[in-house]
Design a protein around this ligand. Structure first.
Ligand code: UD1
Ligand code: CA
Length: 431
């Protein structure tokens, strides 16, 4: 069925107590509004986002990530509120799904459920054990009568357990007839979209209540709500991945970005964090490692490894307390305590404990290139830019500040000096 979607995202989000617009706060690596747009795109080809507060910033971010989204600016000074937001919005199709931009947990299936049938209004209702925060839905003789905002409720009305989840599917005539007629005669002096319900009821239009899953319709209004939504989203992401065959040890301790992808048999140990558009193929990430926007294939990392953006690991072993940034390692072992930045390291090379690439001179970053079968001794500093050709041995503790030719040994060390019995002379004890 052809369906239009309008996403309301013009509100200020005061309760977030933040300079960042509410809908741009991130959940599992993406602005919460993007999760809503993703769900909308699964059901509609005509999506309009209503903006006002920080409109330019939000529109820019959407346009950088999506194509074909329409925008409408709310006249929020004259017509504040969710009803004001719908004034003048143009839609393409005969039925329109109205969503809130602060509902990142909406799913394609819950939206489809709301779009079913031919009622003038399908409205979403949740029925939790105890009523809270949401608008209360007055139902008499099994028929929806109206929605009362919590701020406008009498103490008795506050006890109503049917809550307005805030998503509606409405016919074109509802939009055309009722939106222009809304008034702001309420506790917040706002134009409430919720008032279309009683208008439709008064005109004997069909208003159909749809009981929906509370989790999917969680609105995010505060940082507390944000943290709760994040928890739900993480559970979804991890459950999906485990069903796809990713092994997770203590999944409740693992964090995975919604943009990350996995292939083959991957094992994530406890405390692992996977951020950004990471791609893991047959990877084993050991406890408490952090992987950020990187490609990891047939490799293991950690425990306590840190792989920073734009790293490619193939057939490699990266051990504990090793940090790798913007580097490509193919068939490499880097077992312990290293920093590898802006590097390319080839097949069969071994990076000893404590090796550091000195990639930054305070102004610019430089490359370190290491060929095949290179043995880099422990505690070596590689001062970039520098190239180490194939089959080179670098002695432990060396500072390498020029290129090393194929097959050579490189060693830079102050000669070792020993002073016999110095300890006893210094501390005055018998030897
Ligand atoms: C709204 C509903 C409430 C419902 C709840 C569900 C109204 C009057 N109330 O309340 O019944 O239980 O959602 O989550 O509709 N917005 C605009 N322009 C505005 C004001 C808001 O675009 O002038 C947008 C916001 O950006 C937000 C959405 O509308 O994405 C909802 O606004 P919000 O202020 O969060 O409404 P609630 O108080 O949650
Ligand atoms: Ca809300």
């Amino acid at each position: 069925m052809a369906l239009s979607v309008v996403i309301l995202a013009a509100g200020q989000g005061t309760r977030m107590k933040s300079d960042t617009p509410k809908v741009l706060h991130e959940i599992s690596g993406k602005p919460m509004l993007f999760h809503t747009i993703d769900a909308a795109q699964a059901v509609s080809d005509d999506i309009t986002v209503v903006l006002y507060h920080q409109a330019e910033r939000i529109q820019q971010e959407i346009e950088a990530a999506y194509e074909g989204i329409h925008f409408h600016t709310q006249d929020a000074l004259r017509f504040p509120g969710t009803g004001g937001a719908m004034r003048g919005v143009k839609t393409l199709h005969t039925r329109t799904l109205i969503l809130n931009g602060d509902m990142p947990l909406l799913t394609e299936s819950s939206l489809r459920l709301l779009a079913e049938g031919d009622a003038d209004i399908n409205m979403s209702i949740i029925v939790p054990d105890r009523p809270y925060a949401y608008g209360r839905v007055v139902i008499e003789n099994d028929k929806v009568q109206k929605i009362i905002e919590e701020k406008d409720c009498t103490p008795e009305q506050k006890q109503i357990r049917h809550l307005n989840a805030g998503v509606y599917c409405v016919s074109q005539r509802v939009l055309e007839e009722y939106i222009p007629k809304l008034n702001n005669d309420n506790a917040q002096s706002e134009y409430y979209l919720t008032d279309i319900i009683q208008m439709a009821v008064a005109d004997s239009r069909k208003v159909h209540p749809v009981i929906v899953q509370e989790e999917d319709f969680q609105g995010v209004n505060s940082k507390l709500d944000l943290a709760n939504a994040e928890r739900f989203m993480q559970n979804r992401i991890k459950e999906t991945l485990m069903m796809q065959g990713v092994t997770m040890r203590l999944p409740e301790t693992i964090y995975i970005d919604s943009r990350a992808s996995f292939e083959g048999e991957c094992l994530l140990e406890n405390g692992v964090t996977i951020l950004g558009e990471s791609r893991l193929i047959h990877a084993h990430i050991k406890a408490h490692s952090v992987i950020e926007s990187s490609y990891i294939q047939d490799s293991d990392v950690g425990p306590m490894g840190r792989i920073r953006p734009d790293t490619v690991l193939k057939n490699s072993h990266v051990g504990n307390f090793v940090e790798v940034k913007k580097s490509t390692l193919t068939g490499v072992k880097a077992g312990h305590l290293s920093y590898i930045g802006d590097s390319q390291i080839d097949e069969g090379s071994n990076i000893g404990a404590g090796v550091i690439t000195c990639n930054y001179d305070g102004k610019k970053k430089y490359q370190t290139i290491i060929g095949k079968n290179v043995f880099v001794g422990s505690d070596t500093q590689l001062v970039a830019p520098v190239t180490i050709e194939d089959d080179v041995m670098i002695a432990a503790g060396s500072t390498i500040n020029k290129n090393i030719q194929k097959g050579a040994l490189a060693i830079s060390r102050a000669p070792l000096k020993t002073v016999q019995n110095f300890f006893y002379k210094f501390f005055g004890k018998e030897g």
